[in-house]
Design a protein around this ligand. Structure first.
Ligand code: PLP
Length: 355
C-alpha cells in the first residue's frame, strides 16, 4: 500500500528509523542538545527569528491554542473556504469566543479585500486563515492578505500552513504573520502527532495578558521552556528524532529545490487532469501546490476508480472530502514524492480510469 491521500502521507524508511530511536529523559542534556540543535533549521524554514515551538498534539491543538492565547474579549474573524477553515469557527465558539464567519463558497480563495471589509468594523483581536485549504485544494493569497493586515496592527494574524509548509515559501516575519503553525503528517511527511509553530513578539505580548489560556497550549509556558531547549510537558521524543531526520533531508535537498520539486510534481498532476478532460475545483491562480482537487465533471464512478487503483497498484487516493465526496477526488504530491513516483501513480490511474 502507498498513500497518495492529502494526509497522512507516505513516511520514508529513514524517517521511521529515526522515529524508532531509543528514549531519553526529556529534561536531559541529550534532549536539550537534540531540541536546541534543530532550532536554527526550523527558524530558517519558518523564515522567522522567533523560536519554533513543538507541541505534542495534532495541528488542531495549536489551532485551538492560538485562539485561547490570542483572542481575549474581542472578536475573532474566521476565514472559511472549506472543511478545515469552516471548523475553526466552531472551535473558536467552543472556546467561548466571539467568533465571526467570513464564509466564501468552497472552491474559492479568501481575498484581502473581504478581510478588510470585516476588520474595518473594529473590535477584532485576531484573524484565522488556512493558507492551503486541503479539502478543496485552494491556496489563498497570503501576501495580499498580509498587506491588508498591516492596516490593522492591533489584530493578530494566525495562519495554518499544515499542507503548504515547506511546499512554497511563507516568509513569516516579513509578512507579519503572528502565529504560523503546521502539523507533522502532511507537507512534512512524518507520522501524525506533532505540531510546530512560531509566534511573533506581538503574539507573545498578547498571550501574556490573555485570560483563560489553560496549561497544555499556553504559549507563555512554551516560551519559558524553550529558553532552556525544552517543552512544557513530556513531548513525543520519537517525533523530534523524526523531525531532525526530516530536516536533514530538507536541507540536503535544499529549500528552493524542495519548492521546485513540489511545483514540478504538481504540474505533472495538473497536466494529467487536463489530458483526461477533467477540470479543477479551484480557480486558476489559487490552486494548491501540494495536492490537486480534481472536479468530477466527467461524472465517473470515483469510488470504483479508487477501488480499482487500490487493488491494481496498492495506491490510495482520496475520493473527495465531506460534501465533496464523489464530486471531486484529490491527489497528493506532498512530502517526499518525486516526478518518478507521481508518474507511477498517474500511469496506474490511467488504467483505473473508466474509458
Ligand atoms: C489536516 C489539516 C488540519 C488538521 O490537522 P490534524 O492533524 O488533524 O489536527 C488542519 N488544517 C489543515 C489545512 C489540514 O490539512
Amino acid at each position: 500500500m502507498k498513500l497518495f491521500i492529502p494526509g497522512p502521507v507516505q513516511v520514508s524508511d529513514k524517517t521511521f528509523a529515526a522515529f524508532c530511536k531509543p528514549m531519553m529523559g526529556h529534561r536531559s542534556g541529550d534532549f536539550k542538545k537534540l531540541y536546541g540543535g534543530i532550532q536554527p533549521r526550523l527558524q530558517e524554514l519558518f523564515q522567522t527569528s522567533q523560536p519554533v515551538f513543538l507541541s505534542t498534539s495534532s495541528a488542531w491543538g495549536v489551532m485551538e491554542g492560538a485562539i485561547r492565547n490570542l483572542v481575549g474579549t474581542g472578536k475573532v474573524l474566521n476565514c472559511m473556504c472549506g472543511a478545515f477553515s469552516d471548523k475553526w469557527l466552531d472551535v473558536s465558539k467552543r472556546c467561548g469566543k466571539d467568533a465571526v464567519a467570513l464564509q466564501v463558497e468552497w472552491g474559492q480563495p479568501i481575498r484581502g479585500e473581504q478581510i478588510r471589509q470585516y476588520l474595518k468594523q473594529g473590535g477584532f483581536d485576531a484573524v484565522t486563515l488556512i493558507h492551503n485549504e486541503t479539502s478543496t485544494g485552494v491556496m489563498s493569497p497570503i501576501a495580499e492578505i498580509a498587506e491588508v493586515m498591516r492596516e490593522f496592527p492591533e489584530v493578530q494574524l494566525i495562519v495554518d500552513s499544515v499542507s503548504s509548509f515547506s511546499v512554497v515559501p511563507i516568509a513569516m516575519d516579513e509578512l507579519g504573520i503572528d502565529v504560523l503553525l503546521t502539523g507533522s503528517q502532511k507537507a512534512l511527511a512524518m507520522p501524525p502527532g506533532l505540531a510546530l509553530f512560531a509566534a511573533s513578539k506581538k503574539a507573545m505580548a498578547r498571550a501574556a495578558s490573555t485570560q483563560g489560556r489553560g496549561y497544555y497550549f499556553d504559549f507563555v509556558e512554551f516560551q519559558k521552556n524553550q529558553a532552556e531547549d525544552m517543552t512544557p510537558s513530556t513531548p513525543s521524543i520519537s517525533h523530534i528524532y523524526a523531525l531532525a531526520s526530516k530536516l536533514e533531508d530538507i536541507f540536503n535537498e535544499g529549500i528552493a529545490a524542495r519548492h521546485a520539486r513540489h511545483a514540478a510534481t504538481n504540474a505533472l498532476v495538473h497536466q494529467w487532469a487536463r489530458d483526461k478532460g477533467f477540470e479543477f475545483f479551484a480557480p486558476e491562480g489559487y490552486r494548491s501546490k501540494s495536492l490537486t482537487c480534481i472536479a468530477n465533471n466527467r461524472n465517473i464512478d470515483v469510488a470504483a476508480m479508487l477501488a480499482t487503483l487500490k487493488s491494481n497498484s496498492g495506491f490510495i487516493i482520496d475520493g473527495g472530502y465531506g460534501k465533496l465526496k464523489g464530486k471531486t477526488f484529490r491527489l497528493s504530491n506532498m512530502g517526499d514524492e518525486t516526478i518518478e513516483s507521481v508518474g507511477e501513480l498517474l500511469s496506474s490511474l490511467d488504467k483505473a480510469l473508466p474509458a
